[in-house]
Design a protein around this ligand. Structure first.
Ligand code: NAD
Length: 479
């Protein structure tokens, strides 16, 4: 069985406690590797390595840091196929998706922040006889904790800006998807990243994640994951005055007006609902449809959903792979049961799937569409994070806004209308950190990324994240 190790001080390290976790392939349900369940002692060792590396890394010129990050991106390109295969094996997503989304975006993250840092500038305020300028310096040692749904994509989304800004990083990928982060460490070694600048410590959230959040010498935590975990981290970190960036859950609406480009709206609503088995924080899981086209849209949508194929992520033509873990698979199935109990009608899907052959024991669920539920029920309020969506009707802009905003979450919304003024009105009225008009998951890495309400605190992306990963100082000079 493959053994994954921690990457500390530029070397592979076994967990000091010799505690391990099993790692399973979602498509087969079988354990195929194990990873450290690291403790405080391993995190201490990583922090010592980062402390040693920090003076050297932070004093490098931005050009030098940029060059090393670009060399890492180059190594990733050389290992593209191996990374894509590992990601699909570890996470359950179709291989094709890893090839067109996860791995290209992970490479783009590194390249983007490697070059963005060359253009990062701060403000200056001139007045009579005095000038103020803002200085940004690296914080020191920062913690990056990432989830399992887009493993290397979100791992690199955090560590690239942290490193570009001159910090040293203690990173923990999800214990459910540790593989590509481990491969990434190897690529960093090849690319010449100095030892101790990036340290990857594997393990469970409760043990390893908590040790990172608790560590007094880790000055900032960038976390992406569930809202409940985010609440917990915020409560633990607040008394220590650590900087916190929290990217949390969502219950995103896709809002379909009767003046939309119908074919495109149907196509994108399906994509937004079921890409990555619905396991993207930005997926549209509540589809709100204007009354006048409700029946027509529902029928076209369900018809398209029925054409999606579920099965082995490594087979050609598969649209929906396996859910990441047995417990997550059970959770999603329990929500389908709940929807029935709440009075919902299953229009298609609703069952687990057991593909023939090697994936018979895998964790698959049919893409599921439900109608007939009101906005207040749990199915429409709680994040399911799987291939399950609900359809609801609305008959006015005001009602669409009330339904869309009527949850605790505020991550992303997508709106489908050809009416320019209505599109802008909606964008302003929706309480979401991202509003896509006539598109979905169209990302420009220069833009601020994050959620309102219980979907998070702070923004990633663009220059925002460089500010997060730095200390800001006002320097006032009288002359
Ligand atoms: P999770 O909260 O269970 O875990 C996320 C990470 O936090 C993992 O690495 C985990 O080990 C770690 N962790 C768990 N408990 C911890 C603790 N007490 N202290 C420190 N670390 C801890 O989330 P998940 O199930 O891995 O991911 C799914 C969730 O992530 C969904 O809610 C989804 O919406 C959210 N998500 C949000 C975004 C976003 O950008 N807003 C992106 C992707 C996923």
């Amino acid at each position: 069985m493959k053994e994954l190790l921690n990457y500390i001080a530029g070397e592979w390290q076994k967990p000091i406690s010799d505690m391990w976790l099993d790692n399973a392939e979602p498509a087969t349900g079988k354990v195929y590797s194990r990873l450290p369940d690291s403790t405080n002692e391993d995190v201490d060792m990583a922090v010592e390595a980062a402390k040693k590396a920090f003076p050297m890394w932070s004093s490098k010129s931005v050009e030098e840091r940029s060059r090393i990050l670009l060399a890492i991106a180059h190594e990733m390109k050389s290992s593209f196929d191996a990374l894509a295969e590992a990601e699909s094996r570890d996470q359950g997503k179709p291989l094709q998706l890893s090839k067109v989304m996860d791995i290209p975006r992970a490479i783009q993250n590194i390249e983007f922040f490697a070059t963005e840092i060359l253009h990062f500038a701060s403000e200056s305020h001139a007045a009579k006889g005095v000038v103020n300028y803002t200085a940004h310096s690296p914080i020191g040692i920062v913690g990056c904790i990432s989830p399992w749904n887009l493993p290397l994509y979100l791992f690199t989304w955090k560590i690239a800006p942290a490193l570009a800004m001159g910090n040293c990083v203690i990173a923990k990928p999800s214990e459910l998807t540790p593989l590509t982060a481990t491969m990434f460490a190897e690529l960093c070694m090849k690319a010449g990243l100095p030892p101790g600048v990036l340290n990857i410590v594997h393990g469970s959230g409760k043990q390893t994640g908590a040790a990172i959040v608790d560590h007094p010498e880790i000055k900032a935590i960038s976390f992406t994951g569930g809202t409940v975990t985010g609440e917990h981290i915020a409560s633990v970190a607040a008394p220590t005055f650590k900087k916190l960036s929290l990217e949390l859950g969502g219950k995103n609406p896709s809002i379909i007006f009767d003046d939309c480009d119908f074919e495109e709206a149907v196509h994108q609503a399906v994509r937004s609902a079921f890409t990555n088995q619905g396991e993207i924080c930005l997926c549209g899981s509540r589809i709100l449809i204007e009354n006048s086209i409700y029946d027509q849209f529902r029928d076209a949508f369900v018809n398209k959903v029925k054409q999606l194929t579920v099965g082995d992520p490594f087979e050609d033509g598969i649209n929906v792979g396996a859910l990441v873990s047995k417990s997550h698979w059970e959770k999603v199935l329990s929500y389908i049961q709940l929807a029935k109990e709440e009075g919902g009608t299953i229009l298609c899907g609703g069952n687990s799937v057991s593909p023939k052959g090697r994936c018979e024991q895998g964790w698959f669920i049919e893409p599921t569409v439900i109608e007939g539920l009101d906005n207040a029920c749990r199915t429409n309020q709680e994040e399911i994070f799987g291939p399950v969506v609900t359809l609801q009707r609305f008959s006015s802009e005001e009602e669409a806004i009330a339904l869309a905003n009527g949850t605790r979450y505020g991550l992303a919304a997508n709106v489908w209308t050809q009416h320019l003024a209505k599109a802008h009105r909606m964008a302003h009225a929706l309480d979401f950190g991202i509003v896509w008009i006539n598109c979905w998951l169209l990302r420009d890495l220069r833009t601020p990324f994050g959620g309102m309400k219980d979907s998070g605190v702070g923004r990633e992306g663009g220059f925002e994240v460089l500010r997060f990963f730095s200390e800001t100082k006002n320097v006032c000079v009288k002359f």
